[in-house]
Design a protein around this ligand. Structure first.
Ligand code: FAD
Length: 398
């Protein structure tokens, strides 16, 4: 059998693409490496701008029933300073973003894609892709077997951290400035229910937010050299050294963690690879983090993953890309332009915020400016995409 589309990766980007295409009548195979439910290094906040899409995908009721409280305030904790301001709201009924554990969100989305008719091959890994004429042939490796999956269209939604063998998986030598990521859930603590603060600390940044089941996620990125220094100063496992470093250098984070109890083991990942990558390469469409990644400082990656897949599917469904390579190129051009229009500003804003947060001098300067003009925090949240609605209800081509 030749599928209309093969989707590589079952995170928010892959599941959204598979669901939208299957719903439009395409035959779709999705290959996901990990067994679900699985935890993931992520702050788990979903912007209000994505709630319309969750509704379009048919999972909003389950999301709303399980997600944490509405996030109405944004915060900036740096050194001894702690500021909070109003989170900018999105007009309409779906106003506030909320957080939901990735083990729940990703499972929900993938199950919905299966319900729409996508064939889910999991756990299995796409090892290579070759092309014969207009058909792609993917070598898929499962626990004890290897087989080919053929498809007219391939969508790479494999995230960004893989140094794999696919043409869309980039590798880069290690650098001291690489950002490594950590995350854990906590219960207790003193973080106000509706506040999501950005934590600025020497060599990194992080965030905290209330999610499902009364848990608070703490996630962060830290430079490789700052991590080594923290390990020397505090000893113990890397993640505990990072937490000690954050608590010792960021008073707001320390206060919010007062009385908090860690729920499960720490997760670690990285280095992260912020930046814009090719969105169409060698006949393969690229979406989610694989296409471009904002610094997690803005907590927009899940939204960008789902929204970029929505933009991609809109382009794919506007042309008969299953048949002609000219139409594929036209769809790729539309998608690339739409992607840049939707996400470029927040990528640049995120890069700026990340630089400001990591250096004590610029974090202190930012705090001084915010102290004089607190609405800047709300403005920063706007710049990071918190009110940029990409998807209007009932607009997709399915
Ligand atoms: C510290 C930190 C905090 C963050 N906090 C937030 C936040 O609060 N809010 C937010 O919106 N974003 C946040 N993000 C970003 C967010 O996690 C990502 O942007 C998002 O996961 C991207 O989704 P994706 O579907 O593109 O990729 P992923 O979620 O990475 O999914 C890719 C999937 O592909 C699978 N895969 C990979 N290779 C293969 C292969 N060869 N074959 C088969 N399957 C494969 C993987 O197993 C994975 O399940 C954070 C990131 C970090 C690092």
């Amino acid at each position: 059998m030749i599928f209309d589309a093969l989707v590589i990766g079952g995170g928010p980007a892959g599941a959204t693409a598979a669901l939208l295409l299957a719903r439009a009548g395409w035959s779709v195979a999705l290959v996901e490496k990990k067994e679900f439910p699985r935890r993931k290094v992520c702050g788990e906040f979903i912007s209000a701008t994505s709630l319309t899409l969750l509704r379009e995908l048919g999972v909003l009721p389950q999301f709303a029933a399980q997600a944490g409280p509405p996030v109405r305030q944004v915060g900036f904790f740096a050194g001894k300073h702690s500021f909070t301001a109003q989170m900018p709201s999105v007009d309409g009924e779906l106003t506030w973003g909320r957080a939901l554990g990735r083990e729940t969100l990703d499972t929900l989305l993938l199950a919905q894609a299966a319900r729409a008719g996508a064939r889910i091959i999991q756990p299995a890994t796409v090892r290579s892709i070759a092309r014969t004429g207009d058909t792609h042939v993917a070598c898929v490796e499962a626990a004890d077997s290897e087989h080919d999956v053929r498809a007219r269209v391939v969508i790479a939604a494999h995230g960004s951290w893989e140094n794999g063998s696919l043409p869309t998986q980039a590798s880069r030598p290690h650098r001291k400035s690489d950002l490594l990521a950590f995350k854990a859930h906590f219960t207790g603590g003193a973080l106000p229910d509706t506040l999501m603060p950005l934590l600025a600390f020497p060599g990194g940044y992080g965030g905290m937010v209330h999610g499902d089941r009364g848990r608070v996620s703490l996630s962060c990125c830290i430079r490789r050299d700052a991590l080594e220094a923290a390990r020397k100063s505090y000893g113990g496992p890397a993640a505990e050294a990072v937490l000690a470093h954050i608590r010792n250098t960021c008073a707001g984070a320390d206060a919010a963690m007062d009385g908090a109890r860690r729920e499960e083991v720490w997760l670690a990942a990285g280095p992260i690879r912020p930046g814009i990558r090719e969105r169409y390469r060698d006949g393969i469409f690229v979406t989610g983090n694989a296409a471009g990644e904002a610094h997690p400082v803005v907590a927009e990656g899940i939204s960008m993953a789902m929204q970029s897949s929505w933009l991609l599917c809109r382009a794919l469904l506007s042309y008969d890309v299953r048949i002609s390579s000219e139409e594929r190129a036209a769809a790729a051009a539309d998608y690339t332009a739409d992607w840049s229009g939707a996400f470029a500003v927040r990528l640049y804003a995120a890069a700026l915020f990340a630089q400001l947060a990591q250096r004590p001098a610029t974090a202190e300067l930012s705090a001084a400016v915010i102290a004089r003009f607190p609405p800047l925090l709300t403005f920063g949240a706007r710049l990071s995409g918190k009110t940029h609605v990409v998807i209007k209800p009932r607009q997709h081509a399915a």
